[in-house]
Design a protein around this ligand. Sequence first.
Ligand code: UD1
Ligand code: CA
Length: 474
Amino acid sequence: MPLSIVILAAGQGKRMKSDLPKVLQTLARRPLLAHVLDSARALQPAAIHIVYGHGGEQVRAAFPESDLQWALQAEQLGTGHALMQAMPSIPDDHRVLTLYGDVPLLRPATLELLLERAGEEALALLSVLLDDPTGYGRVLRDNAGSVYRIVEQKDANRKELAVREANTGVLAAPAAALRGWLARLSNDNSQREYYLTDVITLAVRDGRRVLAVQAPTPAEVLGVNDRLQLAQLEAEYRQMRARALLADGVTIVDPARLDVRGEVACGRDVQLDVNVVLEGRVVLGDRVVVGPGCVLRDVSIAADTVLLPYSVLHGAVIGARCSIGPYARMRPGSVLLDDAHVGNFVELKNTTLGAGSKANHLTYLGDARIGSRVNVGAGTITCNYDGANKWPTVIEDGAFIGSGAMLVAPVTIGRAATIGAGSTITKPAPDDALTVERSRQVSLTAWRRPVKATAEEREHEIARARLPKPPPSE
Ligand code: UD1
Ligand code: CA
């Protein structure tokens, strides 16, 4: 039976107190709905429908993907009413699975288990045992253990409120039967809403098999209603990701102080120190060590490279046995070949640093192609921007750049060239030679240190320093 997934996402999320629709609030830097879509797509359904409402256009714009179908729920009249909005575009021979746009941690494996246990014809729901089920609908079972009803918190009596098995909102049913039940829903309840959960009672009445499968852990079915829950889910997500890396053999100094927000592939014996953040696609080779406070986004690092504390890398490709930081910054297009060293307060952008080359202190290298075994002295700056254009700098193999050099691009430093400290280089520097650009050093023996001026002398000096007024224009 082809599967149609419906994600209910029309709720406003008032308790977030935000201008952003709830499903666009971010967990691990991605919208809640993006996480739900990941799980949905993992099931390879025939179709994914999203029921949207409040802030709808903003939500649609955030997800332009062509595999999504959108159903507008103009007024929020309940979860049953929400599902009804998607039903017209779902064929009778499909199976429907409902998810919530604000429940981001649900694993595909749990959904697969539910679908498998249910078989194609049953009405199946995912439930969860909670120590404190306050706010949730309660799953009511008869003496034989069969589910016969879900009662909402606001409609439940004291005995029903004591039930700890809660409804998660995940529900699977054959489309044709579901359509019939939805048409029979009423809003005769304390909230005047069309409850999706009432389809359970209707299915039981029709003699349909109804079953509840319990989620393995409460964490993955938690929803986001307010900022506190969002922060709690973020912590939960952090732990899930850290545990997965630990299971893969990565050393993590403190799993509670690692944030994995993207796709991470690690070789053997990788070490991650505290307060590391990994985002986007991160590939870490064997024995890579990432020091405390490093932030990596879309970075690939080859074996045995060490990142010293507080280095920030974005869009960088790093070779083997490199040493980076502390306090290094690599911006997009940074490439380090094997055995390169980048030290403290060094910034690279769109720059290749060749094998065995070093830039160890206080340096900016932008739009530069730097060969192998080059030594870039402290305080070197590639002046790549003239206020209108970015220009390239080329430094060939074996060059030595003295401290405090300004390399005004476009410029080329030849093979094994030496640049004298403090030079401002504007013309090509030839191979093997020493190129130095510096004013002559003088020492003035007659010079005296200034003494404190009187108020009158100050006024006079300041007036003298003023620019003359331009002549009046015609
Ligand atoms: C719902 C369930 C409850 C369950 C709980 C789990 C019903 C009647 N109740 O309650 O049994 O324990 O979820 O969190 O189904 N939505 C719409 N349109 C609407 C109303 C809701 O799209 O008109 C969406 C929301 O955006 C949200 C989801 O449906 O993603 C759940 O809505 P919410 O209001 O949180 O449901 P609860 O009352 O908490
Ligand atoms: Ca809710």
